[in-house]
Ligand binder design. Structure first.
Ligand code: OGA
Ligand code: MN
Length: 282
């Protein structure tokens, strides 16, 4: 196994490994590389659905995927699989997020206990576009001016439940653009990673975000400043997908976004999401 850091502020590619046949020693090395680099990429994998689930399970129990915008589960018999796709079959989308941009976010942070990690496996990708970008939220926190660090450490942030990152209203919720009243849960704005002990900014998603107890205008202004800070190119890396790519990221210390792509081309990825340890605070 060869670990090749991207040279950017996060991410490494791990080469010479077949995720179908992994020894315990390989797994320990992969897990350490993931905690250190925040995002890891494997190319040229050929995984069945069962292989993908089995590899994901090495990191912990799996969360069930959110239901589709249409209310359907994605893959019959595999509630732990989330399908990211723009493909429409017999008039019904086979997955989520369409072909538009998916804005910066952290997965499922509208839950009390969001998954610690997500993994995407690329089956079909368009010839251009649809790249996925990741940013390093340790760096986002570390680079804040001291006064802002201090201030942020005492604040709670609402993570909106209304919309997914593609801008679609989630199943069972009503559209709203009121950050104070929208459905969601509060998490600390600054969190300490339970495995690395490092502090990270925890932003989740911008739409309907709200800093607990602040006048709305003040909350908006502070969030705009934090968001600008966190999503700078200097602390980001992106993957241009090939079929067979597997990307695993840490939702506790990264955010991600996806570029739009030509809606007439096909893009299909499968995602798993790995639960945080029981009782692990966000
Ligand atoms: C996700 C996601 C981005 C992409 O699956 O959580 O944000 O590249 N996907 O499709
Ligand atoms: Mn996502």
């Amino acid at each position: 196994m060869t670990i090749i850091p991207s040279g950017a502020a996060l991410a490494a590619e791990i080469q010479n490994v077949d995720l179908k046949n992994l020894s315990d020693r390989d797994f320990i090395e992969i897990n350490a590389a993931w905690l250190g680099h925040l995002v890891i990429l494997f190319r040229h994998q050929q995984l069945s659905v069962e292989d993908l689930i089995a590899f994901s399970r090495r990191f912990g129990e799996l969360d069930w995927a959110p239901v589709q915008e249409t209310g359907r589960r994605f893959v019959e018999g595999h509630p732990e699989l989330y399908v990211v796709s723009n493909v429409i079959e017999n008039g019904v989308p086979i997955g989520s997020l369409g072909a538009g941009e998916a804005v910066w976010h952290t997965d499922m942070s509208y839950l009390e206990n969001p998954p610690k990690a997500s993994m995407l496996y690329a089956l079909e990708v368009p010839p251009a576009g649809g790249d996925t970008h990741f940013c390093n939220m340790y760096r986002a926190y570390d680079s804040l001016p001291d006064a802002l660090k201090q201030r942020a450490s005492g604040l709670g942030l609402k993570h909106d439940a209304t919309y997914n990152s593609g801008g679609y209203v989630r199943q069972g919720l009503a559209a709203t653009d009121d950050p104070v009243l929208s459905a969601g849960v509060y998490h600390p704005l600054v969190r300490t990673h339970p495995e690395t002990g490092r502090r990270a900014l925890y932003l989740g998603r911008r739409r309907n975000a709200y800093l607990h107890g602040l006048p709305l205008a003040e909350s908006e202004a502070l969030l705009d400043e934090l968001w600008l800070h966190a999503t700078r190119d200097e602390i980001s890396w992106h993957n241009q997908w090939h079929p067979g790519d597997v990307v695993l990221w840490d939702n506790r210390c990264t955010m991600h976004r996806r570029d739009s792509f030509d809606p007439s081309s096909r893009r299909i990825l499968y995602r798993t999401q790995i639960k945080s340890a029981p009782g692990e605070p966000a």
